[in-house]
Design a protein around this ligand. Structure first.
Ligand code: CA
Length: 220
């Protein structure tokens, strides 16, 4: 028994996957195909995808924004949890990576729910704000360049409704977050971001130690 989060051994992790994670055949193949990609570590963990899809269902989300698509595992998982009239705006700058995503969205019958915006995500978020989309989104997943986390967060907070959720990936950054010798710009940006959210009274906060650390901000 333990009253703190367990250290995950390989055995425990495999066990969690074996008794909890459900992926459809497309999602499973997408994960396998991405595993051989040079940037495979940018793919989210399957239990994390399922957890976020759970949250999407829990809050009855209809409109989602994803900042950072990569090869599309998270957008596939999130869009699968949306109702038929739901919409996910997927922001990324890489045509190459998202071409893999688009292939799987189509295979899974999700291409009508997912609107890909190939542009810097800050531009897409600014455009949504210009179009008067404040408060109309239910869920945002931020998983892109860490230096811009705070900018993505501030714009997302305007775009989601009260009771909406912003989920932010990699907030434990492979453990580097607590290594004082690591002071690169990305690590420092995540440190500042974590500290800021801890003091942010506009949200309820939970930092979930799943995968590489997932912060949940629930808008008050
Ligand atoms: Ca990530």
């Amino acid at each position: 028994m333990s009253n703190r989060t367990l250290e995950l051994t390989n055995e425990l992790y495999e066990y969690i996957l074996s008794v909890s994670v459900h992926e459809d055949e497309h999602l499973q193949r997408l994960r396998e195909e991405t595993a051989s990609h040079p940037y495979a570590m940018m793919q989210i963990a399957p239990e994390q995808g399922q957890f976020m899809a759970f949250l999407v269902r829990l809050i009855g989300a209809k409109r989602i924004i994803e900042v950072g698509v990569f090869t599309g595992y998270s957008s596939y998982a999130l869009a699968s949890a949306l109702p038929p009239n739901g919409e996910l705006i997927a922001c990324d700058v890489s045509d190459e990576w998202t071409s893999i995503a688009r292939r799987y969205w189509k295979e899974g019958g999700l291409e009508n729910k997912i609107k890909l915006r190939l542009a810097p995500a800050l531009e897409t978020l600014d455009q949504l704000l210009k179009d008067g989309q404040q408060g109309v989104f239910d869920f945002v997943f931020i998983d892109a360049d860490k230096e811009n986390y705070d900018n993505y967060y501030e714009k997302s907070l305007e775009l989601i409704r009260v009771g909406g959720i912003i989920a932010v990936d990699n907030v434990l950054w492979g453990g580097k977050i607590v290594d004082p010798e690591v002071t690169d710009t990305a690590t420092e940006a995540i440190r500042r971001f974590n500290k800021k959210l801890y003091e942010d009274e506009r949200i309820h906060l939970s930092l979930v130690p799943i995968a590489d650390g997932l912060t949940l901000a629930h808008k008050r």
